[in-house]
Structures are given as structure tokens and as C-alpha cells.
Design a protein around this ligand. Structure first.
Ligand code: AMP
Length: 474
């Protein structure tokens, strides 16, 4: 069951393009950071939906013969990552089902907080599920709806779905995008405005996918908006009552690619500003600033600029790290992290080092990195984190572990400092995290840093579900 609450994903869709599958493939490739476990593409050739889903990375799954088979002018795709046991092909998306009006495919990024309850209800009335994901719940709600038209069915299904969803639906002749009224996860609309593919539309989790296929960014799909693209053009609806927006701040901190424009801002520039703010809040005398690559790089640059302490790459990352390694028979200290990162003795020896990372989750990575820095000759190690302490699990689509495993949920800052063996440790303040946004906290979800959850499980009397979550997180 935990599977449903720990998913990170990317969605991508193209309408009206002769190479729709290829465009979605490239988009998924650009969005690989959002999910590495399985991927899939479904196309429509106007007569049927053609699907390919497989465990593995986009570049490994989609070979030329597979792409060729995925004919049609419209397509949707998905990258999925889940940390828990349920990593099966049956959970790979997009899902395709036949309902009374024909075939429909769905790609989902986010998590429903009432997915389990809806599933139980649907199963009681006869729905048979093929996967263990909450995404399939949405499909069943659409299939069992009494509304005559597809749009009515989607609106009804989504009005019962609570939590985070950035969704793409594909039918024989339509591509439909929907973003939940809170706007937790990103979703953008793009367009091909030049050349022979002029007029083709794109939806993607992040703008970096549009850049690769040379589509133009049009705008964000708005929270609570449903956009349908079909033979009659583009139609936008906002059928749900408005709620306060809750865009995920952690997308800026860690999750999104730095070259994406997310919720209106360039991620790289936000991260640099977080680093500058961190230096203003918790400066310390040292010889060099070094990032934990890649996630800590922009913040370390900002920190260095603000503090005037030189930036050096004391840690170098191997970019070709796969998923499994043959462990050596003899112990190599910090083996796991060494595969990914190497500390440069010639840079670090005899130096007082400020090491900048974006977040501490369990604390084990920071501890290993700090040991590596000291082994490479650093005389002092000051850990600076470009976000506040992570104290709450995410129920809206970011893979954070349960509360028990979150080091900051159970330990004081000084206890964490001692655990990671840093000389000093400082997190960014919550106010500081919003400095770039002129202190404007409205419109964001920062539950992972504050435990203020914008969508409560109790909202609809779902106390049983709340108890389940509590049990999971104890
Ligand atoms: P930990 O050892 O659990 O403290 O790992 C912290 C590292 O994990 C930091 O370098 C973060 O960049 C990275 N990180 C933070 N959130 C996530 C996430 N949701 N998925 C994967 N890595 C993450």
C-alpha cells in the first residue's frame, strides 16, 4: 500500500504531430530525472490506441523498432519511480482501458490522498483493478460515471479525487490535460509554432522537455484547469471551486531540472538565490565552498557569490552510475557514495570547507560525504543546506521516506550535526526560502518542511485513512 504514497513521475503528451511518439520519447528522455523505474508511451492512430510500457530507462526501453510501431499523430507518455516493493510492470503507465465509449489512456503525476478509500468503494461495486496505483482509481471513476460525455465523466471523476494530480488523457481523437485545484505538481502547455508541424500541441511536466523538441512554452496549465485538444481545437474549463494554491516548493529545492521554468520562475536562478540567502543567514569563515553535485551546485554558486569564498569542485560525480553494483568482497569505506562521488585531495587538503547540499533526508549521504571530505584532507567541514529541515513525509507525489526515517523529524539540529560529523550545520530558514518570492508564502505547499498539510485526510471524514497514514509513519 505504501506504494501509492511514494511516487515521483513525469508526464508528456503531443497532439497533431506526425512524429508524436518520437516527440514524447524525447520529452520523457528530458524528464528522466522525475522517474527512472519504468516508462511508457501510448499513441492514437485514430482507429485504436497503441501502447508500449516497460521497466527501465527511456533510452533503453524505446528502440527504433518500438517507436516505429507507435504510429499516430497524438501520444502520451510517462516516467515512473517508486521506492517501495511494488515496482512491477503492472504499475507502469500510461494505463490503457476500454470503456463503453472506446479506449482511453491515462498518465498521472502526483498522489491522491483518498485513493485507497475510492478503490475500496469501487471494488465493492465490482471494479476489478489491475495495478496497485491510485491512478487506476481515476480511470475506474471515469468508466463507471453515468455522465454521457467524456468531459463530464472526467469532471465527475476528478471532483471525487482529492490530492495531487497532473494528468494527461488520450482518446482516439483527443488529448486532455488536467491539474488539481491546488496545483501541487507542475504541468505546462507548449506549441509548435514554426515549420511544418505548426499548430501541434504539447503538454509536459517541465519546460526542459519542450526545449529539447523545440516546442514553444505557451503557459502553465492552471490549477483546477482542464484543457482538451481535439479536432475542434483547444478548449479550457475550470469546473472546480477554487481553493488556495499549493505549488510544491520542493520542486524548486531539489526535484525539477534547473533549466526548467517552473511555476513562472527559472529553477536554476531560484536555487542560486537560495544559496545566496543561506550565506547571508549562516556565513562561516572558510577557504572554499564546494557543492554536493549535481543537486547542490546552483545553491553553492549562490553561496560562494554572496560570501566571496571561492567555489571549488571538491567532489566530482560519476554520471554513468547504474542501479546495481557488484560489491567488493573486502570492505571499502563509504562504498555506496564513492561509486557516485569522489573527493579531490588536491583541492581539499588542508582546507576549511563549506559543503552545500539542497536537503538532508535520512542524513546518511551527508555523513558519508563529510567522512570522504575529511579523508581527503579537509581540516574543517561546515555543512550548509539550501532548504529548511525536512520534517514531514510528502503525500502529494514526492518520494520522502516515513517520518521515522526522516532524521530531522526525530533529532535536534545539534544531534543531526553530530550524526553527520560536521563542525557546523545550518539549514536555510523558512522565511529565507521565500526571500526570492518577496516573502510571499501564499500559493505554496511546504508541508515537508512545516508539516502543514494543505489537503487533510480528515476533510471528508476519512479518519480511518489518517490512522493508516499515522501507523505507516510511526
Ligand atoms: P539522505 O542520505 O537521505 O539524507 O539523502 C540526502 C540526499 O538525497 C540529498 O543530497 C538530496 O539531494 C537527495 N534527495 C532529496 N530528496 C530526494 C528525493 N525525493 N529522491 C531522491 N533523492 C533525494
Amino acid at each position: 500500500m505504501a506504494d501509492k504514497f511514494h511516487e515521483e513521475c513525469a508526464v508528456m503528451g503531443v497532439y497533431g504531430h506526425p512524429e508524436a511518439a518520437n516527440m514524447v520519447y524525447l520529452g520523457l528522455y528530458a524528464l528522466q530525472h522525475r522517474g527512472q523505474e519504468s516508462c511508457g508511451i501510448v499513441t492514437s492512430d485514430g482507429k485504436g490506441l497503441i501502447s508500449h510500457r516497460q521497466m527501465g530507462l527511456v533510452a533503453d526501453v524505446f528502440k527504433e523498432d518500438v517507436i516505429k510501431r507507435l504510429e499516430g499523430q497524438s501520444a502520451i507518455g510517462h516516467n515512473r519511480y517508486s521506492t517501495t516493493g511494488q515496482s512491477h510492470l503492472k504499475n507502469a503507465q500510461p494505463f490503457v482501458v476500454e470503456y463503453s465509449q472506446g479506449p482511453i489512456a491515462i498518465s498521472h503525476n502526483g498522489n491522491l490522498v483518498n485513493g485507497e478509500l475510492l478503490r475500496e468503494e469501487l471494488e465493492r461495486s465490482g471494479s476489478i483493478f489491475q495495478s496497485t496505483t491510485d491512478t487506476e482509481v481515476i480511470i475506474h471513476l471515469i468508466a463507471t460515471s453515468k455522465e454521457p460525455a467524456l468531459m463530464g465523466r472526467i469532471i465527475e471523476a476528478l471532483s471525487r479525487s482529492r490530492g495531487a494530480y497532473s494528468l494527461l488523457f488520450l482518446t482516439l481523437d483527443k488529448l486532455i490535460a488536467a491539474r488539481d485545484p491546488y496545483g501541487f505538481r507542475p504541468l505546462v502547455l507548449g506549441k509548435f509554432s514554426e515549420g511544418k508541424n505548426r499548430g501541434a500541441y504539447v503538454f509536459a511536466s517541465e519546460t526542459c522537455a519542450l526545449d529539447l523538441i523545440e516546442a514553444e512554452f505557451v503557459r502553465d496549465v492552471e490549477p483546477g484547469e482542464i484543457i482538451s485538444i481535439g479536432p475542434d481545437g483547444l478548449e479550457s474549463l475550470k469546473p472546480f471551486p477554487p481553493v488556495p494554491h499549493a505549488k510544491c516548493i520542493f520542486e524548486y529545492i531539489y526535484f525539477a531540472r534547473p533549466d526548467s521554468k517552473l511555476f513562472g520562475h527559472n529553477v536554476y536562478q531560484v536555487r542560486k538565490a537560495l544559496g545566496r540567502q543561506l550565506a547571508r543567514e549562516s556565513g562561516v569563515d572558510a577557504d572554499l565552498v564546494t557543492p554536493v553535485p549535481d543537486s547542490g551546485v546552483p545553491a553553492a554558486m549562490g553561496y560562494s557569490e554572496e560570501s566571496k569564498i571561492p567555489l571549488e569542485f571538491g567532489l566530482i560525480r560519476n554520471h554513468y552510475v547504474g542501479r546495481t553494483f557488484i560489491e567488493p568482497q573486502q570492505t571499502i569505506r563509504n562504498f555506496g557514495v564513492k561509486i557516485k562521488l569522489n573527493a579531490q585531495r588536491d583541492v581539499l587538503k588542508g582546507k576549511r570547507v563549506i559543503v552545500v547540499d539542497d536537503s538532508i533526508v535520512r542524513g546518511t549521504t551527508s555523513r558519508k560525504i563529510i567522512r570522504m571530505l575529511r579523508d581527503a584532507g579537509a581540516t574543517e567541514v561546515h555543512l550548509r543546506i539550501s532548504s529548511p529541515a525536512t520534517i514531514g513525509p510528502c503525500y502529494y507525489g514526492i518520494d520522502t521516506p516515513t517520518r521515522t526515517e526522516l532524521i530531522a523529524a526525530n533529532n535536534s539540529e545539534d544531534e543531526i550535526r553530530r550524526f553527520v560529523e560536521a563542525d557546523t550545520l545550518a539549514y536555510l530558514s523558512n522565511d529565507g526560502m521565500y526571500a526570492y518570492f518577496d516573502g510571499q508564502k501564499k500559493g505554496f505547499c511546504d508541508a515537508c518542511f512545516t508539516a502543514n498539510y494543505p489537503v487533510h485526510f480528515e476533510d471528508e471524514g476519512h479518519t480511518r485513512q489518517l490512522h493508516l497514514f499515522d501507523a505507516m509513519n510511526r
